[in-house]
Ligand binder design. Structure first.
Ligand code: SF4
Ligand code: SF4
Ligand code: SF4
Length: 168
């Protein structure tokens, strides 16, 4: 592997956002920015067409456009090894206040898409439903986000510890 030290990025004054969703298996934010040559191979190879450029020309994943199957194709075409083989990542889905159920409109689209059965609804007395995403079960695949008609699914990164995510 030819990972350059992240310190170099810092010394150049290069700002690397740590909350950008890179392809699964991507190096740490600074190392990724240093190692990626912006060749676009991963963007062209992703069978789900969910990798796009960020404002710096680096690849980022947009799960609103489709589901990541963790197929590993992006890693396999990345010659500089800015992306390494990985079977998953630490992104997890969470609902936002745009969820239709919070406005009294019944919707179960995300639940129908979730093979991990990580999404739960709890009916409330006012006819609305409380939605929760279980970060223990969620694998961050994005199937729910791509299907949500209200764009109400967001993603956050977790450490090995977890929590149940309620609308933000
Ligand atoms: S793992 Fe597969 S589906 Fe996911 S971003 Fe990489 S190439 Fe696309
Ligand atoms: S294949 Fe690797 S080097 Fe090329 S754009 Fe994607 S992450 Fe960067
Ligand atoms: S990201 Fe995937 S596993 Fe997580 S709640 Fe959505 S559909 Fe389920």
């Amino acid at each position: 592997m030819s990972h350059k030290p992240a310190r170099r990025s810092f010394l150049r004054g290069r700002f690397t956002r740590s909350n950008v969703m890179r392809p699964p298996g991507a190096l740490t934010p600074d190392d990724f920015a240093e190692t990626c040559t912006k060749c676009d191979a991963c963007i062209k190879a992703c069978p789900e067409a969910i990798i796009f450029h960020d404002e710096d020309g680096l690849p980022k994943v947009d799960l609103a456009k489709g589901e990541c199957t963790f197929c590993g194709v992006c890693a396999s075409v990345c010659e500089p090894e800015a992306i390494l083989p990985a079977s998953g990542w630490n992104w997890r889905a969470k609902p936002t206040s745009s969820c239709l159920n919070l406005q009294g409109i019944t919707c179960r689209t995300c639940e129908d898409q979730c093979e991990q059965r990580a999404i739960r609804f709890r009916p409330q007395l006012n006819g609305r439903a409380d939605i929760t995403f279980d970060s223990d079960s969620c694998i961050g695949c994005g199937a729910c986000a791509a299907a949500c008609p209200a764009g109400a699914v967001a993603f956050h990164q977790v450490t090995p510890q977890h929590s149940e995510e309620k609308p933000c």
